[in-house]
Design a protein around this ligand. Structure first.
Ligand code: ATP
Length: 364
């Protein structure tokens, strides 16, 4: 069993509040598994640091992220902190960090927990699927490289490469193999979401999806246009298992998915590559509720569980998996038994009260 070092970046806005909650539960779970330990090194990074020093991600912090076993980040960005060209600092920092870690797959589970209200009426068949967002190319590849011509025409370029698509699609099938396959007939399914009817880039994405699928004959496949997928995800979310898609579509669909299961406060993310893992809730710094102690920490707590699960997978460490499962089941029990909820879930509890309640339900 392992000893791991985590680089933690609490960041801005609600980041430090949800990070405190996430670390509290992470430490508590790890301490209940014999032979498992973590050491956390916290670093300042993000918009607040940029405002004070002109640097959002100092080299020493990036180096430590590269040296750690995993990076745990809460939220980056403040709307009033901008670069000289008027853009926020959050995108440039996150794109830089993602590229440095080469985390090409953003894994975003969309899961409805018992006792959490979905805006959908018929959820008796449950909602439990994963959106896999390509994290390094697609429309975001042209970040910083858009062109404005004569104040008349603006362009950004979408980039789809064979290598980038093959690796995200392979990741989708491997993820599908590892997942328990919760579809009603027990079948596993990978859905490709694109706009292949209009764009050469997406036709290529779909072509490569088909090529990679040949190596996974036991897994069913389907392909949908993104407009249809946006409707079907609302009409029959229970019919999805693993959804793989381009960066921008994944960005949009994962917020849609979060909306089905209680909102951004319930949406964790693991950004993974072949070597590194960057773990952060799907939400941003939510400046409107920052500093009030009312942010929902469950997305960050569930992100901590994903971090442990990945450590377990990478290091073949049953103890880390045990700690991950302990957190997930504590969250489930806490919610199912009417435990405290923050305002976004209809309650009045504080961030730290929710974390304390999850901690109480951790069972070795
Ligand atoms: P970014 O683009 O920086 O990732 P975002 O678009 O995800 O940010 P956020 O600021 O994170 O936007 O969230 C949008 C709104 O959702 C917030 O203003 C807040 O009201 C709500 N929200 C986000 N996260 C939480 C949370 N953990 N708990 C409660 N409400 C949240």
């Amino acid at each position: 069993m392992g000893n791991y070092r985590i680089a933690a970046l609490p960041g801005d806005g609600i980041g430090p509040e949800v990070m405190e909650a996430g670390l509290r539960v992470l430490h508590a779970a790890v301490s209940r598994v014999s032979g498992l330990s973590i050491e956390v090194t916290s670093h300042e990074a993000g918009a607040g640091l940029y405002r004070r020093t002109g640097d959002m991600l100092p080299k020493a912090v990036l180096d430590d992220c590269l040296a750690a076993d995993a990076v745990f980040l809460a939220a980056i960005g403040l709307p009033d902190v901008r670069q000289a060209d008027g853009t926020e600092v959050q995108p440039i920092m996150m794109m830089g960090l993602r590229k440095a870690l080469n985390v090409y797959a953003a894994v975003r589970p969309i899961k409805l927990y018992p006792g959490v209200n979905s805006p959908l009426k018929n959820t008796e068949r449950g909602i439990d699927f994963v959106i896999l967002r390509e994290n390094l190319e697609g429309l975001f590849a042209s970040y910083g490289g858009g062109i404005l011509l004569n104040n008349e025409v603006a362009t950004d370029t979408i980039v789809i490469t064979r290598n980038g698509t093959e690796r995200i699609v392979k990741f989708a099938f491997e993820l599908s193999r590892r997942r328990k396959g919760r579809l009603l007939d027990g079948r596993k399914l990978v859905t490709c979401v694109d706009k292949a009817n209009f764009f050469r880039t997406f036709a290529f994405f779909r072509q490569i999806f088909g090529e990679v699928a040949q190596s996974y004959p036991e897994i069913a496949t389907e392909a949908q246009y993104v407009d249809a997928a946006s409707m079907l995800m609302i009409q029959r979310p229970e019919a999805y298992d693993v959804v793989v898609t381009e960066n921008q579509f994944g960005d949009i669909l994962s917020d849609l998915g979060a909306g089905l299961v209680g909102g951004l406060g319930m949406a964790p993310t693991a950004e993974l590559g072949d070597r590194y893992g960057l773990f952060q809730p799907t939400h941003g710094s939510a400046p409107d509720i920052a500093g009030k102690g009312i942010a929902n920490p469950l997305a960050t707590i569930l992100t901590a569980a994903m971090l442990l699960e990945w450590l377990s997978y990478r290091n073949n460490d049953a103890g880390a998996l045990k700690a991950a499962e302990m957190i997930e089941s504590a969250v489930t029990t806490m919610l199912a038994t009417g435990g405290p909820r923050t305002r976004d879930l209809g309650g009045t509890a504080t961030t730290q009260e929710v974390a304390a309640a999850v901690e109480q339900h951790l069972k070795a």
